[in-house]
Ligand binder design. Structure first.
Ligand code: CA
Length: 238
């Protein structure tokens, strides 16, 4: 699965070189120069990793880490120029998974990132986020991704449905052909023709609609091509 990372760093050159380093791993990277910009990115994107400089203008890196620590799905790596052990302890206690001290070695940074991602994945299992839902691919359960105290909605999914959702999520709003979906569904359901895909999509829409009247899950049909996540409209330019 492709890693979606956000870098929160106010020094432009450092941020850009970190961006280059992370993109070179094949990851998708967003850059934020302060905590508020990071918040805006998190509202729009499903982020797996936050690389957070502690010395930020406005809300500090440590405060941002404390805010993000509640998320089960975001791995947090602090970047600090401060060498004091007290600072490192405070950052870990605030909820960071690990930290690196500037100046850091690129190879070590990447190794530490991979380690925290592995640990986080082991903790949360194989979870993907789709349009306000968290889908646990191993447990085959979808939960409304709300931070409210309202009774959490939970939807049980079949192997075929999970396979279809994972593929649509991986495409991130781009069209996935019925043929491709059909192949995946066939492997899981052992009965894959094109109608099976249509049936699976129909069942998914119904399940999610019943689960939550407000958001449901928008899977658009693109006549002659396939399906994509999102409301019907112009195909994503991604
Ligand atoms: Ca800084």
């Amino acid at each position: 699965m492709q890693v979606h990372a956000v870098i929160v760093e106010d020094e432009t050159l450092t941020r850009q070189s970190l961006g280059t380093l992370l993109r070179a791993q094949g990851w998708q990277v967003w850059e934020a120069s302060d905590a508020a910009a990071c918040d805006a990115i998190l509202r729009e994107e499903s982020i797996d990793l936050a690389l957070i400089d502690l010395g930020l203008p406005g809300r500090t890196g440590q405060e941002l880490i404390a805010d993000l620590a509640g998320s089960k799905t975001i791995a947090i790596l602090a970047v600090t120029a401060r060498w004091q052990p007290e600072q490192r302890i405070a950052v870990l206690e605030a909820g960071a998974d690990d930290y690196v001290v500037k100046p850091f070695h690129n190879g070590e940074l990447i190794a530490r990132i991979r380690a925290v991602l592995r640990r986080r994945k082991a903790q949360i299992g194989n979870v993907i986020k789709i349009e306000g839902w968290e889908v646990d691919l191993d447990a085959r359960v979808a939960r409304a991704d709300t931070h409210s105290d309202a009774a959490s909605v939970q939807i049980a999914l079949t192997r075929g449905e999970v396979a279809i959702l994972a593929l649509l999520a991986e495409a991130g709003g781009r069209i996935v052909s019925r043929e491709r979906l059909s192949k995946v569904a066939a492997r899981r359901a052992q009965d894959g023709d094109l109608r099976t895909v249509d049936t699976l999509i129909y069942r998914l829409r119904r399940k999610f609609q019943a689960g939550n009247d407000d958001s449901g899950l928008n899977i658009s049909s693109v006549p002659g091509l396939g399906y994509r996540l999102g409301r019907t409209g112009p195909a994503s330019a991604a």
